[in-house]
Design a protein around this ligand. Sequence first.
Ligand code: GMT
Length: 378
Amino acid sequence: MKIGIVCYPTYGGSGVVATELGKGLAQKGHQVHFITYSPPARLTGFMENIYYHEVSSLDYPLFEYTPYETALASKMVDVIKYEKLDILHVHYAIPHAAVAYMAKQILLAEGYYIPVVTTLHGTDITLVGARPSYAPVVAFSINKSDGVTAVSDSLKQDTLRQFDIKNEIEVIPNFIDFSRFRKVDKDHFKKALAPDGEKILVHTSNFRKVKRVEDVVKIFKQVYDKIPSKLLLIGDGPERQSVEQTCRDIGLCHEIRFLGKQQAVEELLAIADLFLMPSESESFGLAALEAMACEVPVISSDTGGLPEVNLHGKTGFLSPVGDVDDMAKNAVHILEDEARHKVFQKAALAQAQRFDIAEILPQYEQYYEQIIRDCVRN
Ligand code: GMT
């Protein structure tokens, strides 16, 4: 198949999923065309069957806001027509699903039908999409997509609750590439960061409010008071400064390292003992799955799709959003007993294996085929 993929090229989960999906499909012999405003962060090096088309939106003194959507629609039309794509897959509804509808209509006027699949990732529904300034367009473009997928059952239910959706929503969960995310021996590295055998707790995110990184630091403080430990904070974003201030306020800066955006997250997960994800809202929690694939148990909130990924009492623990005391208590429970920690590690890996890319990729292929077939029939 010739597949167009549109996504945010940054470090966000939706861009990661879209890029890894494209890479996986290309490896299976499909021709994949990425259409984005800069190269996707996870698209590094040359790969057979992968093409990249940059969207450049021209600035002009008249524009207070550069009309990116117009440039994206034009690029979609160009690539679909000249590369003769079979299907267009857009990730994150805003603005991609609406722009895809526009491109589809332009092509239709020229007698070319392009099936469009929209994948909903989370904040495009739960946080941003629900706002009155976006909601009518989001609902319309979901209904006008030929196929719609959601990354968890929880997100599917949220979407149906939030909008008047006429389309079927197929749940295709996020996935993990075990050739990259797996436990490897990095003991020398662990020794450098935790020379006295301290436990290593890790958090990865874009440091937005919804991630509740302050809670991560508060949980760590309680764990640290009971068990010698270190905290690694991976990623960057708007909340970083206030989180740094909290670390100073509680006097634990020397035990907490801000590592910023990292390419090789798997190397840090390889030395982690516990992963913390206390998010306010999380449609899936890809970062938690990446940790579990590296045999790291997860302490998380019980919001959104997290219970579909992190199994309470098996792969880690779930607590109500903001219940820092419960999360800290559960963290200590796992870390204080070596044998118990091992049981959680094994269960985390076993659960992660259910999301192996080898199992999930065929679901997308079959879904594309079904959508293309349905479009031909109609
Ligand atoms: O978490 C974010 O803020 C980034 C966001 C995105 O769209 O890039 O992540 C969402 O999509 C990920 C991939 O499907 C999911 O794993 C995350 O749970 C989801 N984030 C939220 O729902 C907050």
